[in-house]
Every structure is written in structure tokens, then in C-alpha cells.
Design a protein around this ligand. Structure first.
Ligand code: ADP
Ligand code: MG
Length: 399
């Protein structure tokens, strides 16, 4: 067991807090503040317990000097002020005298932030390659380390593993703790029947999790663009639909393994096809045996939805990753919408979304509060659900 925030005595301590404030920003405005809100319980707890909080995060990828202009955390520090009810001192540096002076001046119950940790990537990828000197330096700025950044927990970076390796005591924040609890239940101890639903764009992104679910789940339901690789592998024509020709053998193998392992593998029976990848294109519903050359599949059809909803009935654990169709276009959002509604109806089930676009879809379609848990990690939740040990968690102190 890893140390949790409540295992620490934070009073009067300088606490280094790694958060995931990698939020979308358009023209200097934050367009989705979910990740900031998700870190608030930890931040508030630390401030109420009189810690001096030094918060930091990455934002986007930093590759060119121009990125230093557009990927500053300054607007996020300012945005945070409304939630913590006090000034958030921002230091536009990732190291040096200014930063050290601000840390020294920070009093218990106060919070500061420093600049995007990936600004260190411009010079030899120091953050992303976990440069040992950098982790050691950041660790030297505080007494304790709290990691609440689940979204990067699958990566070994200086701002998570590097600090944890160089500080006496580190612990998981409340968000990380919640992710570990919810995803852990589904991964290691799922109440049955355990149904999984996979969709989204590519089979190749999800081979690992597909194979893992064949060992742990009772049902694997597949929709989204990845269904077409499976349909083609089963000998059907898929027209202009997205299909990974180089993954047909993988898809066949997965279908065979599912049979051998006695896992129900459920593919759509009908599909909404369009002439073009556009919201106002001509559409029709066809059986999966009748996809013509000039058409592309952009959503699951109504009969598939009915089939999926029926097979979810009675489930006690549901994990969903990947939208059923190109839901960003309302014409092709019905499958994803209907799936959300079917999951929302389940009684007494643990229902989890792991996946950035699926989470966005559930939120956009108004189902955000209907799930037991929506993970804040994309790649990190997939890796966790596959049963992998995440370095950002493993590097923390044991209880
Ligand atoms: P997540 O982020 O939840 O893991 P992915 O990133 O794998 O999901 O996939 C999400 C994307 O898949 C969405 O942008 C969606 O439009 C796209 N998608 C789903 N079904 C189709 C389809 N039939 N054709 C084209 N794109 C699709
Ligand atoms: Mg995605």
C-alpha cells in the first residue's frame, strides 16, 4: 500500500504538489476546467492543514521556443485563485533564485505555482526523460511530495518519479487515491457480471486492453471505428470505413481467443453509414453484411444499440473506453448517447469511464453524473486497467 495524503503530517511543511493542470486553453481562456476542479480537494486539504503548497504541472508538449509563449501556466494560476480564495503566487520559472526566494517566502496556508514543468524539455527533454539532477533539484525545494497527477502517472518524469526518488516522504493525493480505488476495483476485484465496452478510433491503441479483458471480463462489447477491423477480419466488406488492414491478423486472433476463453465478444449487427465524414452528409442504416463500397460506417445502428443495452442488463461492473461513433457530429452521436443512457439505467453497478474522448462524450451528452466514476487519465487509465504498474504511483512511499 502506498502512503496517502492523510498519512502525512503536513502542518508547517513545504509541500511539493504535482497536479495535472494540462487543460485546453483557447485564446488565453480555459475551455474545460475539470482537471483543475479535480485537484481542489487535495489543494484545500493542504491549505486547511496549514501546509505551504508549491504546485506545478505540465501543459501540452514543449518543443520550440514559441511554445514558451503559448504554454505558460500563468493563466491557470490566476484561474485557480477563485477556488482557493486567495492569491496564487506565480513564478514564471522552473528553477533558479526567483523560484527559491518565492518558496522561502511562502507561509503555511499559502499557495504558489511555478512554470510548466515541460519548459525543461526544450533543453534535452530534462522533464520528460527524468533527468536525475532536475528531480533532485525540485525535491530540494520542499519537505514532502504529494502526487495528484493521474494523467501522467504512466510516465516516468522528473516532476513525479524524479522528485519521489529524491525526497524522504511522498504520498498520493485524493484524486490519485480515488483513481486507484475505482480503477483498482474494476481491475483486480470486479463484481460480476463484468462487462467491458471498447470503441474509439483504433484497434492498435487498444490491443493491450482488449487482450487483458479477455482474461478478466465476462463480456467484451466493441463499437466505434475499431469495429470495422473486426468485421473485416470476419470476412465482411466495410466500404470506406476506418479499418486497420495491418491489424486484421490481430483482430482474428482476439476473436479466436475470446471463443477459446468463453468470453462473450459482441460486435454490432447494424451500422449508420454516411457518404462523407460530415454532419450533414447523406446517411442510412444498414446491416453489417451490407456495407457498400461508397459508404463509411460512422456510428453503431439502433439494433446494435438494443443488443448492447440488453447484454449490459444485470451487469455489476461496467468499464467503458471509446465512443461508439464519431459523436462529435450530432448525426453520429446516437449510438454513444444511447449507450450512456443504457449504462445510466443499471442499478447497483459500478460504472467507470476510462478514456479522454469517452469522458468528453459523456459530459457533452449530459451523462456526467450518471457514472460511478469518470477517470481523469487517458493513457494512464488504459494502462492501469490493463493491470500495469504505473511508475508515478509505484515511486511513492509505502505505508
Ligand atoms: P478515448 O479517448 O475515449 O480512448 P479514442 O481516442 O480511442 O477514445 O477515440 C475517439 C475518437 O474515435 C472520436 O474522436 C470519435 O470521433 C472517433 N470515432 C469513433 N467511431 C468512429 C467511426 N466509426 N469513424 C470514425 N471515427 C470514429
Ligand atoms: Mg482519445
Amino acid at each position: 500500500m502506498k502512503k496517502m495524503l492523510t498519512d502525512l503530517d503536513v502542518k508547517g511543511k513545504k509541500v511539493l504538489l504535482r497536479v495535472d493542470f494540462n487543460v485546453p486553453i483557447k485564446n488565453g481562456k480555459i475551455t474545460d476546467d475539470n482537471r483543475i476542479r479535480a485537484a481542489l480537494p487535495t489543494i484545500k486539504y493542504l491549505l486547511e492543514h496549514e501546509a505551504a503548497v508549491i504546485a506545478f504541472s505540465h501543459l501540452g508538449r514543449v518543443k520550440t521556443p514559441e511554445d514558451l509563449q503559448t504554454k505558460s501556466l500563468a493563466p491557470i494560476a490566476e484561474y485557480l485563485e477563485q477556488f482557493v480564495g486567495q492569491k496564487v503566487t506565480f513564478v514564471p520559472e522552473t528553477r533558479g533564485a526567483k523560484l527559491e526566494a518565492a518558496v522561502a517566502a511562502l507561509k503555511p496556508g499559502q499557495i504558489m505555482m511555478f512554470e510548466n514543468t515541460r519548459f525543461e524539455d526544450l533543453d534535452g527533454k530534462k522533464e520528460s526523460k527524468n533527468d536525475p539532477e532536475l528531480g533532485k533539484y525540485w525535491a530540494s525545494l520542499g519537505d514532502l511530495f504529494v502526487n495528484d497527477a493521474f494523467g501522467t502517472a504512466h510516465r516516468s518524469h522528473a516532476s513525479n518519479c524524479g522528485i519521489a526518488a529524491n525526497i524522504a516522504t511522498s504520498a498520493a493525493g485524493f484524486l490519485l487515491q480515488k483513481e486507484i480505488e475505482f480503477l483498482g476495483k474494476a481491475t483486480y476485484n470486479p463484481e460480476r457480471p463484468f462487462a467491458t465496452i471498447l470503441g474509439g478510433a483504433k484497434v492498435s491503441d487498444k490491443i493491450g486492453i482488449l487482450e487483458h479483458f479477455l482474461d478478466t471480463a465476462d463480456k467484451v462489447i466493441v463499437g466505434g471505428a475499431m469495429m470495422f477491423t473486426f468485421l473485416k477480419a470476419s470476412g465482411k466488406s466495410v466500404g470506406k470505413s476506418l479499418c486497420e488492414e495491418d491489424k486484421l491478423d490481430v483482430a482474428s486472433r482476439i476473436l479466436e481467443n475470446a471463443k477459446a476463453k468463453g468470453v462473450e465478444f459482441i460486435l454490432p449487427i447494424d451500422v449508420v453509414v454516411g457518404k462523407e465524414f460530415a454532419n450533414d452528409t447523406e446517411t442510412k442504416v444498414v446491416s453489417v453484411d451490407e456495407i457498400e463500397d461508397e459508404w463509411m460506417g460512422l456510428d453503431i445502428g439502433p439494433k446494435s444499440l438494443e443488443l448492447f443495452a440488453k447484454s449490459l442488463e444485470g451487469s455489476k461492473t461496467v468499464v467503458w473506453n471509446g465512443p461508439m461513433g464519431a459523436f462529435e457530429m450530432p448525426t453520429f452521436a446516437k449510438g454513444t448517447n444511447g449507450l450512456c443512457a443504457a449504462i445510466a439505467k443499471l442499478k447497483g453497478a459500478l460504472t467507470i469511464i476510462g478514456g479522454g474522448d469517452s469522458a468528453a462524450a459523456a459530459t457533452q451528452l449530459g451523462f456526467k453524473d450518471k457514472f460511478s466514476y469518470i477517470s481523469t487519465g487517458g493513457g494512464a487509465s488504459l494502462e492501469f486497467l490493463e493491470g500495469a504498474k504505473l511508475p508515478g504511483i509505484e515511486s511513492l512511499s509505502d505505508k
